[in-house]
Design a protein around this ligand. Structure first.
Ligand code: NAD
Ligand code: DAU
Length: 374
């Protein structure tokens, strides 16, 4: 194929059709029109092209439907596109699925990441690749385990203690990335991030699930007593942090990225309910568009909250110590939760077609089965 030679960077973004990947690709293409962006995504149930399809006509963008387990494809892509930067998002990402069907998590998160590392090593280190390179691995705060109510937040020095098959698989991939840097000199950086929320998040995760269930008049399942705590980060802030790491991060270093925004699950669900009630009160057209939604019929959305059996091994609390990323990258989140959660609800109200289309029969059957078994 013919290629432009003057791109400032040539990025391979794995998992670029998933939630955070989509937001990152959109951010990158908007702010760096001088870069080549190649997205590699297997389009699992969690991946869809809606958010990146508008860029298909850009000369600097290419989407490849493929799997990170396919070593031949990886080598061809890295060589053909002269990739110098990999941003690795592709993963199985949902804890509940990992509890019921862990195999895919080991395959993609561990073996897939290792396949990608091997391909990067082969092309960047074992052949005559001259330019500098970077492998940025996206990981999670869940690898550090669970905090008690008064424990200090996770820092980059917190020992790993993953509790679920998902976080164990992510931890394994982190160790492999670190080892490829230490042993072979692969130029890696890593970020361990807290819970993201925002546009394009698949409605199996707490925030979009709560919004969709209100609009569809379904119970809002709150695990246990709803007292578990997460540190929520607006997805655009995560994208900004990754960008800072690519620009300023030191090779071999890990950066924890958080939102300074700890919430108990029950409080976040109640907050979404109240905001949605308010939206329906102020905009009567919503009652016509979502006739099943309780607030359109004068009933509070909170009436849908249902306490269900707890997630096995449910981590009590995650929180991020933002010190290092603030000191070394100048990073802090800019979106407040007040504005971020309203933006997210408004995005879901405006993008009904998107969430209906991703919630196909397979997904709905799977999630219904989980609640029946609780
Ligand atoms: P997601 O589930 O929304 O998207 C994952 C994407 O990876 C999908 O597009 C899917 O099709 C693709 N994919 C899955 N297996 C693949 C394979 N074998 N080959 C190629 N593509 C494959 O996930 P997300 O929430 O966007 O998370 C992205 C990354 O960020 C993951 O590594 C996750 O562990 C990490 N992370 C997520 C959060 C969060 O709150 N969502 C927080 C911290 C870290
Ligand atoms: O901390 C980062 C992690 O955040 C990422 O690594 C994961 O990929 C991402 O899925 C997320 O993991 P969580 O398990 O924290 O996210 P989830 O949205 O599934 O759940 C958030 C909290 O809400 C958690 O305490 C479980 C609870 N919950 C979740 C669902 C889906 C409920 O009470 N009811 C629900 O229906």
């Amino acid at each position: 194929m013919t290629m432009k030679k003057d791109f400032s960077k040539k990025l391979l973004i794995t998992g670029g059709a998933g939630f955070i990947g989509t937001n990152f690709v959109r951010h990158r293409l908007t702010h760096h029109p001088d870069e080549r962006i190649v997205v590699l995504d297997a389009l699992t149930y969690a991946g869809n092209l809606a958010g990146i399809e508008p860029f298909f006509s850009n000369n600097n963008f290419r989407f490849v439907h493929g799997n990170i387990l396919d070593d031949t494809l990886l080598m061809v892509l890295l060589r053909e596109e002269q990739i110098d930067t990999i941003v690795h998002f592709a993963a199985e990402s949902h804890v509940d699925r990992a509890i019921h069907e862990p195999d895919a998590f080991i395959e993609t998160n561990v073996i897939g990441t290792h396949t990608l590392l091997k391909a990067a090593k082969s092309v960047w280190l074992d052949s005559d690749f001259k330019a500098s390179h970077r492998f940025h691995h996206i990981s999670t705060d869940e690898v550090y385990g669970s905090l008690g109510p008064t424990d200090p937040p996770f820092s980059e020095k917190t020992p790993y203690a993953p509790n679920s098959p998902y976080s164990a698989a992510k931890a394994a991939s982190d160790h492999l990335v670190r080892a490829y840097c230490h042993t072979y000199g692969l130029q890696v950086t890593m970020s361990n991030c807290s819970n993201n929320y925002g546009p394009y998040q698949f409605p199996e995760k707490l925030i979009p699930l709560t919004i969709v269930n209100i609009l569809e008049n379904r119970e809002i399942p709150v695990y246990g007593e709803g007292l578990n705590i997460r540190d929520w980060l607006y997805v655009e802030d995560h994208c900004r942090a990754i960008e800072l790491i690519l620009n300023m991060g030191e090779v071999g270093e890990v950066y924890n990225i958080g939102g300074n925004n700890e919430w108990r699950n029950i409080d976040i669900v109640k907050r979404i309910c109240r905001i949605t009630d308010d939206k329906f009160r102020k905009d009567k057209s919503l009652s016509f568009r979502f006739p099943d939604a309780p607030p359109g019929r004068g009933i509070k959305a909170e009436s849908l909250i249902t306490f269900v059996k707890d997630r096995p091994g449910h981590d009590a609390r995650y929180a991020i110590d933002p010190g290092k990323s603030k000191r070394e990258l100048g990073y802090s989140p800019v979106e407040s939760f007040d504005t971020g959660i309203v933006r997210t609800i408004e995005w879901m109200l405006d993008n009904e077609l998107w969430w209906r289309s991703v919630m196909d029969g397979t997904y709905r059957k799977w999630i219904d089965l989980q609640y029946k078994n609780r």
